[in-house]
Design a protein. Structure first.
Length: 109
């Protein structure tokens, strides 16, 4: 199984891919310590998280050796719900954020 994330331990930056077709981002949305890359039709292509170790309460070693990382998107009315799921050897970690749909639509124009 191909790894769908990159972790830069020296900078403590995690990038989780949601882009099997290798589309080019046409915009992004910045929220706190996250940059969400947006593709055609508002599709979330990936999320870069700055300082994920304190954010997810994981060590840099755990982030470097994740078993799995996923992004799940649910569009509900005027909101886009973004879930980030990380699996380590011992447990799963998740974070969910809601983005008003107009942000992802603005990023894609």
């Amino acid at each position: 199984m191909e790894k769908n994330y990159e972790y830069e331990e020296d900078l403590d930056i995690l990038y989780v891919y949601n882009n099997p077709l290798k589309e080019r981002p046409i915009g992004n949305v910045v929220l706190d310590n996250m940059v969400i890359d947006i593709g055609e039709n508002g599709k979330v292509l990936g999320i870069e998280i700055d300082c994920p170790s304190p954010f997810f309460n994981l060590s840099r070693e755990q982030l470097k050796n994740l078993k799995n990382a996923q992004i799940k998107i649910i569009k509900i009315g005027k909101t886009v719900s973004v879930g980030i799921f990380l699996s380590t050897e011992s447990r799963e970690h998740s974070f969910q954020l809601n983005i008003p749909r107009e942000y992802s639509e603005k990023a894609s124009h």
